[in-house]
Design a binder for this molecule. Sequence first.
Ligand code: C2E
Ligand code: CA
Ligand code: CA
Length: 427
Amino acid sequence: MSVLFIDLDRFKPVNDLFGHAIGDALLKQVAGRIRQILPPNTLLARVGGDELIVVAEQLNRNALGQMAAEILKHLAIPYQLNGRPLAISASIGIALVPHDALDAQSALGHADLAMYRAKQSGGNAYRFFEASWHDETSGQFEIEVQLQGALERGEFELHYQPIVDPHAGSLRSFEALLRWHNPVLGMVGPDRFIPVAEQCGLILRLGEWVLREAAWQIQSWRALGYGDVRVSVNVSPVQFAQSEFVETVTAALHAAALPGQAVGLELTESALIHDIEGSNAKLAALRAMGLRIALDDFGTGFSSLSYLQRLDVDALKIDRSFVWSMDQKGGSLVRAIVELAHELGLRVVAEGVETASQLAGVSRFECDSVQGYFFSKPLRAVDALEYLQRDAARPKGDGQASGVLPDARALQDEGFDRADPERPMRG
Ligand code: C2E
Ligand code: CA
Ligand code: CA
């Protein structure tokens, strides 16, 4: 048999605008129209507000597709509600038993998922369930489930990766990178869970936690005598878009009694370019408090050079894909980006520096700072403190790029699948 999951598109506004009595009348008309099309012995049921299911003794995909198309066609004929014509459409998802599912619950779930895909593609459409979606979404779904309550359970931790002077090797600042240790999923990398947190809205609380945690950490290092340590924090576009973003940052600084100079923010172009004026207003407020702003992952998005001129940022981080491409393709792109950035008064940080030859390349092109495994992996807070101590103890002005030599612990793997180094550029 087969299950068709039918969900009306934009039904809620009908209830809101015309009231529930009219909404109910519309649902009855919808059900009546579907019933007319269905063969005898076919079950039609209402399972939720504007959700109906059909259970049919039909397994032929062509015939099912025709049935779904017929339903959509009939539902699209305008309705008369209180003497007013009203058009409404639906989205339909279809799952076959036993082909797509072996029990009622998963048949309904899979038909629901197919319906969701039909709706995502704009509605007024039907889709058959495809087994390949299931792995994607169940992985993502599992992450979403485990993310619930993860903050309260204390499953997050910040690691700190040194950003250093390419010539002297001395510490300039740290970048805070979020780590999630979940008892069910193990260590999950931010590339995997941040997008899910952005979709389900958790990113706002999570992002605020990151700000407060980093601020608290900076304060505790300052108390130990490292008064000028600076930490930059990654900010999701979803977070930055909030009208109260500047207040959230200010509150985190106040809570830890920190000056703005102690904190940097890293933002991607995608967070800024939708509304350049609005973004610049927020950036100006943040910079007035002393925070430094870096444009992250430069080179992976649209990276229009004209944006560089229009966005009020202090620094630009060259994406690691450029640094890595220097070995094969030479450094002309890196050199051009650095020259242009300097022309515009921006500092440049090279990301993902792993080898001595990459370091030599980015220093030759006069990148102002470098970050990467060559110097250190992201470190737990206790190890970052040790790094600070060794950095403070090293002789100044020796001009050696050997820096604080990474110790074994700094090179240890953090124990989760990080992004494939061969991954295509984002954007
Ligand atoms: P990102 O901002 O580009 O951060 C740099 C990433 O490169 C980090 O990955 C870092 O561990 C990795 N990395 C640093 N040096 C090297 C190197 O030499 N070689 C290689 N192969 N990788 C290097 P990570 O920690 O997995 O973070 C991935 C992304 O997740 C970050 O990319 C950032 O976009 C996002 N992210 C991390 N923490 C946060 C956070 O607190 N909030 C938000 N919104 N996003 C975060
Ligand atoms: Ca970053
Ligand atoms: Ca980056």
